[in-house]
Design a protein around this ligand. Structure first.
Ligand SMILES: Cc1cc2nc3c(=O)[nH]c(=O)nc-3n(C[C@H](O)[C@H](O)[C@H](O)COP(=O)(O)OP(=O)(O)OC[C@H]3O[C@@H](n4cnc5c(N)ncnc54)[C@H](O)[C@@H]3O)c2cc1C
Length: 495
């Protein structure tokens, strides 16, 4: 679509990561007549957190992440979050399966692969926790295929790389679900962007940065700078989505909506160890998650992962956290200081005061030598050869800081959708569980920001065709869950 200087749009999305591309694709499936533009400052989509090397590519479905099943002081284990995240991932799979069914979206094997998900623990207490957790989960239909074992010969079949030459007296246990996935969220994002580009009513503008945002009679007036030639243009749009990853916070502040007041951001950078040696990579076909060290945050859970990127297999281990003041990997060191406002300085200081453990954890992570990093990996893979592993920089996560009546401010590790009361603008803050649950986040956005259309018979009919099993049904209806999963898995070539 040609760009005029004062175009009027129905929908403008900032950022070409997994969030904006999913929302844009979903909206166009529901209403192909929408005039829509995605504005991205980089030269291509998925260059920040959605890039496959910047995230772990785990299709988070609660199959292996031990922090989704917390244990209370009385020993009880709460499995609600694991069930909910599992259902959200199945909702994502329904949407991707629908896109494959359109016939023009492309191949699922470019972005999703079956990779078993395992949890691995050491020591008596952790083994007791893992066994109890497996019993509870197996009673739910979403986890009925979960296997628990302390049998080392079984583990050697599942995890040859990790089990080679381990000492016999080591107390270890694992659970395994064969039906886990590795997702290349970057390839999926680019596939959605190409799919959108097939239609004239969509504009994808790269090397273009949103630099201004203000309310106007038509909704929002958005100023865009062309980074290639320095020229500015203005568009108006009925609805604006701030899918700018870590940079969504400053844009939310720029919008001035009252719902965005009081939010702050806490950036955490990450690093991985990566191995591309085929002789090593071929011995590990799994995503293996363990327990985070006591006192460390949920994103620090160590895991050894098979990755399938552009048809090649690699192993990733980590993440190791770090501190930076940038909100994006390609961002500016001024991002954090420039985000401080009168409205969020209180919550930010309160979080600094109450999270000394986190500060200590980050300092210890930053100070680690390569040898110390390799030692963490040796817990998983005792026989590693240092020459096989190199350090890579992961994406940025900006954790949410928000007001809290009791504490003044709290740090939140999940994602949060912030929208204006009139539904004309929404921003996605936070990082976890992230890309895996994008579809559920966007279904929530549709209800909040497109309430009339969402309730209309046209959208309802299309939504029920795309999502034969809604979220709550997936959690509670075993038969529907099994048949929907079987259908999605077949279309996505997972089984
Ligand atoms: C280390 C790490 C590991 C992770 N592991 C997993 C995992 O295993 N599984 C999982 O599901 N999720 C994981 N995540 C989370 C997941 O990667 C993110 O939730 C997801 O990629 C966020 O997508 P996004 O579209 O919001 O942001 P991004 O992919 O960061 O995209 C935002 C885009 O906005 C652009 N932009 C910003 N400001 C502007 C502007 N003013 N104008 C124009 N463009 C702009 C940026 O250039 C960027 O391209 C992980 C994240 C990290 C950092």
């Amino acid at each position: 679509m040609a760009q005029d200087n004062q175009a009027h749009l129905d929908v403008l999305l900032v950022g070409a990561g997994i969030m904006s591309s999913t929302l844009a694709t979903m909206l166009k499936e529901l209403d192909p007549s929408l005039r829509l533009e995605i504005v991205e400052q980089m030269e291509d989509g998925a260059m920040e957190s959605s890039n496959p090397w910047n995230n772990a590519g785990t299709g988070h479905a609660g199959l292996c992440e031990l922090n989704y099943t917390p244990q209370a002081a009385d020993g009880s284990i709460d499995i609600k979050k694991a069930i909910n995240i599992n259902a959200m991932f199945e909702e994502s799979k329904q949407f991707w399966a629908h896109l494959i069914e359109t016939g023009t979206f492309g191949n699922p094997e470019t972005f999703i692969h079956p990779v078993p998900h395992l949890s691995f623990v050491q020591g008596k207490d952790s083994i007791a926790f893992l066994e109890k957790r497996a019993e509870l989960l197996k009673a739910h239909h979403a986890f009925e295929e979960m296997e628990f074992t302390t049998d080392k010969s079984r583990m050697a079949e599942w995890l040859p790389l990790m089990m080679a030459e381990r000492t016999d007296n080591e107390e270890i246990a694992v659970t395994r679900v064969a039906n886990g996935t590795d997702v290349n969220f970057g390839a999926l994002t680019r596939q959605m962007l190409s799919y959108l580009a097939q239609h004239d009513s969509n504009t994808l503008s790269y090397k273009s940065k949103v630099v201004g945002l203000k309310r106007c009679a038509q909704g929002w007036e958005v100023s865009i700078k062309n980074l290639a030639n320095g020229q500015h243009r203005t568009v108006t749009s009925r609805f604006v989505f701030l899918g700018a990853g870590g940079a969504a916070l400053p844009l939310l502040q720029m919008s001035g909506i009252p719902e965005g007041k009081g939010y702050g951001g806490f950036p955490v950078s990450g690093q991985w160890l990566r191995c591309d040696n085929p002789a090593v990579v071929e011995q590990h076909q799994a995503k293996v998650y363990s327990l985070a060290a006591v006192g460390s945050p949920p994103m620090s859970v160590p895991h050894l992962d098979t990755r399938v990127i552009d048809g090649k297999k690699s192993l990733l281990f980590g993440p190791y956290a770090g501190f930076t003041t940038k909100f994006l990997k390609h961002g500016s060191f001024l991002d954090l200081p420039m985000s401080v406002r009168l409205g969020n300085i209180g919550p930010m200081l309160a979080v600094g005061r109450d999270n000394m453990d986190l500060t200590r954890y980050l300092i210890s992570e930053v100070m680690q030598s390569m040898e110390q990093r390799l030692d963490s990996l040796r817990r998983f893979y005792p026989q590693l050869d240092p020459a096989d592993w190199k350090l890579e920089i992961a994406g940025q996560r900006v954790q949410i800081i928000k007001k809290d009546a009791k504490k003044g401010g709290i740090l939140q590790f999940g994602t949060e959708l912030v929208s204006s009361a009139d539904g004309s603008l929404a921003a996605l803050l936070g990082a976890s569980p992230g890309a895996s649950v994008t579809v559920s986040i966007m279904l929530d956005l549709l209800k909040r920001c497109f309430p009339e259309q969402s309730a209309s018979p046209q959208w309802q009919e299309k939504l029920s065709a795309i999502f034969p099993a809604p979220l709550k049904e997936l959690e509670t209806n075993a038969e529907l869950y099994r048949s929907t999963q079987a259908r999605s898995d077949q279309l996505l070539k997972l089984r």
